[in-house]
Design a protein around this ligand. Structure first.
Ligand SMILES: *Cc1c(COP(=O)(O)O)cnc(C)c1O
Length: 439
């Protein structure tokens, strides 16, 4: 099907205005408002496979995939069937249903580091609960996170930049009192020495280290092997809890997540996105020893009215069964296609003389508009966001929907075709010509 090259925006514009009158920025999650890239956000009315359609009838090749969950593409038949048949039996009971253990069984089989899992309704809840659990387990207060890593929007994790140990604990959001983040140490990513320094300075006080083993939330930035190994060794030595936040990478970079690729067993893992099959689900889990502290077995309280929701569990089960049964085909195929896409677009940039570098792990990737390399937040933040914005808007006009931020990973899924990739590269050749000259 031919892609639209001139976008109509009238209906989306009307919908945006209407939403803005009632919802802050017209959106229920900030990046959707296109603030950092400019242009008018399309209102999506339908998705199928690799494509979405907006309210004006424009068609897009979608590389956002709901920010990661849609690894099988939109409206995957087996996931839809599971949701519909679960819904026919009622949508929520606030009592246990069999599908919760079904999804738990699939998750635990995929991630050998986890012996028990608790389901929540978002990634934010998963990481917030994992932090609480790590503090309960160690009876310590401090937590270590890394600059540029996103772990949801709970108060103590909303600490972003702050360069190094000197400026620890600066709230990244209004409304978060300094006191709430005084135990959060935000350190540079891929820098094990600073972590060692923090463990010396805060001896026996660090409850946990939480990390995205492959970062998606400053754009795609893989953890260096020796960095992640060092985190594992240090946390073990210091009896601190190592938390891999695999909300994005779980079932994405490999069926068994980043921990499978790096062959590292964290103490706790947080999940979300793909495990919900496009419905709101998060999870955290680890060894029996740690997880048995969670209420009602133990004293760490955590709960949820809609947790373990039968529709969400059914969607997650269908998603994971599909991936498990076809993982030998799916993951190598999306890895190969992503490689072709990322390098094709990279070549288009180089041909146009646009400084660019890229990071990719399997089917998650980012083109950074800087000569690079990008290995941490400092190098990521050197990217030319104006150039990215121009690229983004030109791609959107050509029918390619990328994440509307330089600092978010893009995703390719099992529904994308070689033709999608070729069309995207063709669009990028034009877009890069438009970008050239943005200084
Ligand atoms: C998306 C994400 C979260 C937050 O999940 P929500 O469902 O948006 O609350 C946490 N950690 C990582 C690594 C993520 O990518």
């Amino acid at each position: 099907m031919p892609l639209t090259t001139t976008r109509k925006v009238e209906e989306s514009r009307r919908l945006q205005k209407r939403a803005e009158s009632m919802i802050p920025g017209g959106v229920n999650s900030p990046v959707r408002a296109f603030g950092s890239v400019g242009g008018e956000p399309p209102f999506i009315v339908r998705g199928k496979g690799s494509r979405t359609w907006d309210a004006d009838g424009n068609e897009y090749i979608d590389y956002v995939g709901s920010w990661g969950p849609m690894i099988l593409g939109h409206a995957a038949p087996d996931v839809l069937d599971a949701i519909v048949s679960a819904a026919c039996n009622g949508t929520s009971f606030g009592a246990s249903t069999p599908s919760e253990a079904d999804l738990a069984e699939l998750v635990l089989a995929a991630l050998p580091s986890m012996q028990k899992v608790r389901f929540v309704s978002s990634g934010t809840e998963a990481t917030m609960s994992a932090i609480r659990l790590a503090r309960a387990y160690t009876k310590r207060k401090y937590i270590v996170k890394f600059e540029g890593c996103y772990h949801g929007h709970s108060d103590s994790l909303l600490v972003k930049a702050g360069s190094g140990v000197a400026t620890l604990g600066i709230p990244g959001s209004a409304g978060v009192p300094e006191e709430f983040t005084q135990f959060t140490l935000a350190l540079p990513f891929n820098d094990a020495k600073t972590v060692e320094f923090a463990f010396q300075k805060y001896k026996h006080q660090i409850a946990c280290v939480i990390v995205e083993p492959v970062v998606g939330n400053m754009g795609c930035v893989p953890g260096a092997d020796d960095f992640l190994v060092a985190l594992r060794l240090m946390t073990e030595r210091e009896r601190s809890v190592l938390i891999f936040d695999e909300v994005m990478t779980g079932f994405r970079v490999a069926y068994g997540g980043a921990q499978e690729i790096y062959n590292i067993r964290p103490d706790l893992t947080t999940l979300g996105k793909i495990i919900g099959g496009g419905l709101p689900v998060g999870a955290y889990g680890g060894s029996n020893e740690i997880m048995n502290l969670v209420a009602p077995v133990g004293p760490m309280y955590q709960a949820g009215t809609l947790s373990g929701n039968p529709l969400a569990m059914a969607a997650g089960c269908a998603m994971l069964k599909h991936l498990r049964n076809e993982k030998k085909e799916v993951y190598p195929r999306i890895d190969k296609l992503s490689g072709e896409l990322v390098e094709g677009v990279g070549a288009a940039a180089k041909e146009a003389g646009v400084p660019i570098c890229w990071n990719r792990v399997g089917s998650m990737f980012t083109w950074f508009f800087t000569a690079g390399p990008v290995t941490d937040w400092e190098s990521a933040s050197k990217a030319n966001t104006a150039a990215f914005g121009k690229f983004f808007r030109a791609m959107l006009d050509a029918g390619v929907y990328l994440p509307p931020s330089q600092f978010e990973a893009a995703f390719l899924g099992a529904a994308h075709t070689a033709e999608d990739v070729q069309q995207t590269i063709a669009a990028a050749k034009q877009a890069m010509a438009a970008v050239k000259g943005v200084g």
